[in-house]
Design a binder for this molecule. Structure first.
Ligand code: NI
Length: 177
């Protein structure tokens, strides 16, 4: 089931999420819905608060080449256990900030530990787009957006654009109703 993606500004996108206590069937369904929603958008990552669920769950798949097999990943309670001193800059976007992009600098490589859907502890080192994506999504679980790395003026400009987008969408929905 495709879920509605929250658009910034929304108080749920600014709050830290609760750890998942147990990997229940509800969490499995949430992860399945989040992957479907992410692929549909389309995007390379999605965090649970973006669909209004305040739990520490994220999904991602940074395989962009359609010739390669997809790699849907579900990370429950993820945490960064190591980060490289080397930094990398990527132009980031976010499904909660449609059509907004900015160059953000982050550690080029990170090691992340998480619980899988099968309840086992997993760990992997990420680089390239995967490293950027996993850090961006973990930020979401802490109530942080990529625009929080920008200067206040630029952040305010983007926020105003998003407020207008939400007003326009609400008005269009009314017009259809
Ligand atoms: Ni995002």
């Amino acid at each position: 089931m495709i879920r509605t993606i929250l658009i910034h500004p929304d108080p749920r996108l600014k709050k830290a999420c609760e750890p998942v206590a147990a990997v229940t069937p509800d969490i499995g369904k949430l992860a399945e819905d989040m992957l479907e929603t992410m692929y549909d958008a389309p995007g390379v990552g999605l965090a649970a608060p973006q669909v209004g669920v305040m739990k520490r769950v994220l999904v991602m798949d940074c395989i962009k080449d359609p010739a390669l097999a997809p790699r849907p990943m579900v990370l429950i309670n993820p945490s960064v256990t190591w980060q490289s001193e080397d930094l990398a800059t990527y132009e980031e976007g976010c499904l909660s900030l449609p059509d907004q992009y900015a160059e953000i600098e982050r550690p080029a490589e990170v090691r992340v530990q998480w619980t899988g859907l099968d309840g086992t502890l997993q760990e992997e080192q990420f680089s390239g787009l995967w490293a950027t994506c996993v850090q961006h999504e973990i930020d979401h679980l802490d109530g942080k957006l990529f625009i929080d790395y920008l200067r206040p003026l630029r952040r305010q400009m983007i926020t105003r654009k998003m407020e207008k987008l939400k007003r326009d969408r609400a008005r269009d929905a009314e017009g259809r109703g």
